[in-house]
Design a protein around this ligand. Structure first.
Ligand code: 5GP
Ligand code: MN
Length: 340
């Protein structure tokens, strides 16, 4: 982010403002960690800050400091719309296009007159914000919020509460510090957050060791459904709505399942296809290793996007025809998939 913009934002933040902070739809650890981290920072300056999530998020994030203050657009649309219309400043975090907040929410944001500030690490960011801090090389938006607070000259102000939120975001988006996006700087930021009081072991436990029996049974089903296409170095998992129902599926239960497919020896492209009969869609998560871009793949074939090695999208046909389509597309990428 350029210095001139930082000093403009600094002067905007000098006096208390109405601020709305927005994570993307179906918020994950980075979306909630970065928005709540920024929320606690702004609260120190007595801003009237609100985190307004598009919809609900998984139980394993519900212990985060400030969780009880989060508003949900989907269920509190009127109150949230009013807050957005009255906002002087609107921070959009961890997404690159307004529709990623959902169609209705996206429209309200588009019409809102408050000054927009984007902080995000996804590829091809839209140009809707007055101030854009976009860096696709970053491990997570939470690492960027750390940088943002530092750039504002307030690194010293990061306390245990902020540190805990940002730690969650960095930990979850880096697969516990193992993905390619994890740099020595990421580890330096993490070390600082631990020094500020983030309890790394407890945080890990809260996020990853709170499985329900149903979730583990569902994982068993997902692994049984795993299919491999060795000549394309591809593996994929399907879960039908009936299978989700059988194991009492709750939001967030399938988080991380796709990584099991990617962990197979020799596999560099993995996907999970999850049926959602309420929304009449198949939600797709794609992962890759090396240069093969699932962002490009998802944009081109499944109305989605994300990062080079992690992206998502959706299909509006049945689970079976989505899979048939996926398999029929693969030969176009045979060369890339055998090279990488
Ligand atoms: P996940 O597969 O965990 O849902 O998402 C992986 C990455 O892709 C995340 O960074 C997420 O923000 C992004 N992503 C997931 N679904 C979509 C989508 O439908 N559209 C776009 N543009 N990005 C997505
Ligand atoms: Mn992220």
């Amino acid at each position: 982010m350029i210095k001139a913009h930082i000093s403009e934002i600094k002067s905007l933040l000098k006096t208390p403002k109405n601020v709305v902070i927005v994570p993307h739809k179906s918020p994950d650890g980075d979306a909630m960690g970065s928005t709540l981290g920024l929320y606690h920072y702004l609260k120190m300056y007595n801003h009237n800050a609100k985190v307004i999530a598009p919809n609900d998020y998984p139980e394993f994030l519900k212990w985060l400091p400030g969780d009880e203050k989060v508003l949900i657009f989907e269920t509190q649309a009127e109150e949230c719309t009013e807050l957005i219309e009255q906002a002087d400043l609107i921070f959009t975090l961890d997404f690159n296009a307004l529709h990623r907040a959902g169609n209705d929410y996206g429209k309200v944001l588009e019409l809102a007159t408050g000054t927009k500030i984007m902080i995000d690490h996804h590829q091809q960011p839209d140009d809707y914000a007055k101030y854009t801090y976009s860096d696709v090389s970053m491990s997570s938006t939470s690492e960027m919020v750390f940088n943002f607070i530092e750039m504002l000259g307030d690194g010293e102000k990061i306390d245990t509460t902020i540190a805990t939120c940002l730690y969650v975001g960095i930990m979850t988006d880096t697969g516990s510090f193992r993905f390619l996006s994890t740099t020595s700087r990421t580890h330096q930021v993490i070390a600082t957050l631990i020094d500020k009081g983030a309890n790394n072991s407890e945080i890990h436990n809260n996020v990853y060791d709170t499985n329900s029996y149903g979730r583990l049974q569902l994982l068993g089903k997902a692994l049984q459904n795993l299919q491999v296409i060795p000549e394309m170095r591809t593996a994929y998992i399907t879960l039908s709505q009936a299978e989700l129902d059988e194991f009492n599926f709750k939001k967030g239960d399938t988080e991380g399942f796709v990584n099991y497919a990617l962990s197979l020896k020799g596999i560099i492209f993995a996907g999970i296809f999850i049926e959602n009969t309420v929304e009449s869609i198949i939600k797709i998560s794609l992962r890759s290793k090396g240069a093969f871009s699932v962002n490009e793949f998802s944009r081109k074939h499944f109305n989605g996007g994300g990062h080079t090695n992690a992206a998502g999208g959706r299909s509006h046909t049945s689970l079976k025809s989505t899979i048939d389509n996926f398999i029929s597309i693969l030969p176009q990428y045979k060369e890339q998939l055998s090279q990488t």
